[in-house]
Design a protein around this ligand. Sequence first.
Ligand SMILES: [Zn+2]
Length: 357
Amino acid sequence: MLIFDAHLDLAMNALEWNRNLVLPVDDIRNTEVGMNDKPDRGKNTVSLDAMRKGNIGICVATQIARYVKNTNPLPGWNSPQQAWAQTQGQLAWYRAMEQLGEMTQISNLTELNHHLELWDSNSDPKKPIGFILSLEGADSLFTLGHLEMAYEQGLRAVGPAHYGPGTYAFGTNSTGSIGERGRELLLEMARLNIILDVTHLCDQSFWETMKVYNGPVWASHNNCRALVNHNRQFSDEQIKELISRKAVIGVALDAWMMVPNWERGQSSPESMGVTLHTIIDHIDHICQLSGNSLHVGIGTDLDGGFGKEQCPGDVDTIADLQNIPQLLANRGYSQEDIENIMNKNFIGFLQETWKDS
Ligand SMILES: [Zn+2]
């Protein structure tokens, strides 16, 4: 079954982790033997090769670069201009992957439908992975003109904030208003029909955003606060609001967001019993709130700063996502429900969003 993954930091892995994603996952691990600059060295799960093996033919791929003021302890760039340049370097990597035939950018309905036909019909084992470009944290857009420039480069979704206070909104583990700049960004995003990714917005910024923004909304990688109580997760009220806005929520495979009481660097998938089975609970929770299977999808965030040490124990590579359909079937989901969750909800969302473009 075709899988749509709504959140992968592919260019970040290529440029900041120095991973050659053209290689099989094992070969990338071999290049990291003996490295300990990051906790997930040698434990990566994603490569373009593994995506193809797992029939993950389409994804939302990020540009990501935070600007930090010197009072902010989070890692990041010391000016928005440096952050912009970093996102442009990431774009250059995606372009290079296109030139190799490894990836293909999808930015409108025609390209989307053409790509789906290719993956439906073509038995060529080297099909390009389709990607929709998304910006995770908008600090790098140092003028609204940069949003339009990015749109022309194919940017189709924006998450205004990531971790901590941002230029346009407050993100995870912080709290505050979107302010005038956030409001202006949202109005410009609506004018350009850019998808608002509400992932990482703090509660206050989330609810303010819901009042201001009238364009398309999704949550690319978010789990349920009812199951794991943390501000990074959505409350039932937030999920209901998203359902009323026809959003799709992608569930994430970051272990600390899947089970309560995970301690980073201490807990292991084995000690906490985290498997792909665990994510079915989050999927099911969203389906119970909506009364159908139409508002949830997969947004793994695999290799989003963590690897095998912090993802489901039965995921060796991203290709193992192909085990999710059977787990859903075991839980009583019909074939139609399973297809909705694995690809149709996000694809249908894009087809609806782009129908007039
Ligand atoms: Zn994220």
